[in-house]
Design a protein around this ligand. Structure first.
Ligand code: G4P
Length: 530
């Protein structure tokens, strides 16, 4: 195998999807601990707090106790390299999450064992389904009173229309939770009570569930129940099928307790062995395969002011093909210009360092002053335009005005930057002087007001508009498009890229527009292509 193929086969680029509070942060921390990337559990949170303390604009985040920014963590396990892309959990920032999911090859879905599938789990799952993404499920908090495992498996199967295969089976729950039987590897793994940093105390390979060894290791009633339940589960659930898993139709399910480090190494082994290496990525012209020797990648996220002292922005680029080396010259798809990538960064669990090289599936950060935008492609020579990185029509629209009218121009610049980062949608109506800002959730306005004040020194206020939704408009016939725009001038605005948008006052107004103009397309999403 050549070096490129070898590196590709070792990469696992994934994200964790979950409803807030299911235990994503705890599990992330434990994955890093097992991956040897951090010494001390707790480092993820501690580092988060440190970073928050440095950066003023994250005040809102701190006050609300939610994580707005997302990041990348790289660690190794079983000779494989894992890139874990963190996603903000709060629903108001789901747009960012959606885009992050375009940059991963698989996902771990974390459920709270007492709650099962929750609203946010479902929404995120739907995004994964759009891309037929393989999903490994981790049912967390088995150390608490939980729902019956059959009930949980059934819920996953019914509500998500996804086949399930238990990868491990829990022995008891709550205070009686003893551990799990690893069904894929025939091992008994028992929890070490009260030792949060420790490893399980029993980890025994068995010769199936009839192994007499089990009688010494488990209380009689627990063993009986385990044998009975596993027998039933095997009868009820489909066996693991690699193809169905890789196509996103079947999920292996692990049970555990992240806070007790329990089930985490089994989960990690599962991801290591089952999850796919980097997939091919679609572009406007063709599919790009990871093993192509020419380097390519796309920007899926922009983060401003990671270092508040410099007004820098970091573009997060997923490498899609080839062996990237520092100092490479890559063609920027939108401008057609050549960029010399001389100071890319790699994100290690605790630090950032200069990336001397990167392989398909890896994420590099490219500091820049606004040249790179979400959806932009970078490639050796070809100028590839990647597709499928969406922008979502906002559900909430507000007017924004500077408190000092003389700062209107500054406000315009700030809004343009926020829109380019993907932090909000910004619309300029073709009639009138106000800006309209669109968000997926209302909390985004507060974060924006805070950022515009602290980063751009423009105190602003947001005000409700009488507007209902925004839809991008398109038509094959440009004359028809012009006619539509001329007829509906008061409801038309341009987005930050100059693409026309229809601002509907209410549901009726939107339906009416669509009925009267059947050849105009009203779009909820806009692909980030230039
Ligand atoms: P999130 O990122 O998905 O929002 O969840 P997070 O890891 O922050 O976990 C949410 C709460 O659930 C935390 O408690 C965490 O300690 C707890 N938790 C996570 N995994 C387990 C588990 O396996 N068992 C039990 N019993 N609890 C678990 P908290 O009180 O909100 O925060 P903290 O003070 O413990 O940090």
């Amino acid at each position: 195998m050549n070096a490129l193929n070898d590196q590709i086969s070792r990469r696992r680029t994934f994200a964790i999807i979950s409803h807030p509070d299911a235990g994503k942060t705890t599990l992330t921390e434990k994955l890093l601990l097992f991956g040897g990337a951090i010494q001390l559990a707790g480092a993820v949170k501690a580092r988060g707090q440190q970073r928050r303390a440095h950066s003023d604009w994250m005040k809102v985040e701190r006050e609300r106790g939610i994580s707005v920014a997302s990041s990348v963590m790289t660690f190794a396990f079983e000779n494989n390299i894992f890139n874990l892309l963190d996603t903000p959990g709060h629903e108001d920032f789901s747009e960012d999450t959606y885009r992050t999911l375009t940059a991963v090859d698989s996902a771990v879905m974390v459920l709270d064992a007492a709650k099962g599938i929750e609203i946010q789990t479902r929404k995120l799952f739907e995004v994964c389904r759009l891309r037929d993404m393989p999903i490994v499920t981790f049912i967390n908090k088995m150390d608490r009173d939980s729902r019956d495992p059959f009930d949980l498996l059934d819920e996953v199967e019914q509500t998500l229309a996804l086949d399930v295969t238990p990868a491990s089976w829990p022995i008891g729950m709550g205070r009686e939770f003893l551990g799990c039987y690893d069904l894929f590897n025939d091992r008994l793994v028992l929890i070490q009570k009260g030792a949060r940093e420790g490893l399980p105390e029993v980890n025994e390979s068995c010769n199936g569930l009839d192994d007499p060894k089990l009688e010494k290791l488990l209380p009689v009633h627990a063993l009986e129940k385990l044998r009975e339940e596993v027998g039933m589960a095997r009868g009820l659930c489909k066996p693991f099928d690699e193809k169905a898993f890789l196509e996103g139709h079947l999920t292996p399910v692990y049970f555990g307790s992240a806070i007790n480090n329990f089930g985490v190494s089994e989960l990690l082994s599962g991801v290591s062995q089952m999850a796919p290496s980097p997939r091919s990525q679609p572009t406007a012209k063709r599919l790009v395969k990871p093993a192509e020797t020419k380097v390519s990648g796309f920007v899926f996220k922009i983060q401003a002011n990671m270092n508040p002292k410099h007004r820098d922005r970091i573009a997060f680029v997923r490498i899609c093909s080839g062996h990237f080396k520092r100092g490479m010259k890559l063609k920027h798809s939108r401008s057609g210009k050549i960029m010399n990538v001389h100071n890319p960064v790699l994100f290690l669990a605790q630090d950032r360092e200069l990336a001397e090289e990167a392989w398909p599936g890896d994420i590099i950060g490219i500091p820049n002053h606004g040249v790179l935008r979400i959806g932009d492609g970078l490639s050796e020579g070809e100028g590839l335009r990647f597709t499928g990185i969406p922008s979502f029509a906002p559900e909430h629209l507000q007017n924004v005005r500077p408190e000092d009218p003389l700062r209107a121009k500054h406000l315009g610049r700030a809004l343009q930057q926020l829109a380019e980062e993907g932090a909000a949608s910004v619309f300029k109506p073709i009639i009138g002087a106000d800006w309209i800002v669109g968000a997926v959730g209302p909390l985004q306005f507060e974060v924006m007001a805070d950022r515009i004040r602290t980063e751009f020194d423009v105190p602003v206020h947001f005000e409700p508009t009488g507007l209902y939704v925004a839809r991008w408009i398109e038509a094959d016939d440009q004359l028809l498009m012009k006619e539509f725009i001329d007829t509906n001038k008061t409801a038309i605005a341009d987005d930050h890229d100059g693409a026309p948008v229809y601002l509907a006052r209410n549901a009726w107004h939107l339906d009416r527009g669509a009925e009267d103009w059947p050849n105009i397309r009203f779009l909820k999403t806009k692909d980030y292509v230039e």
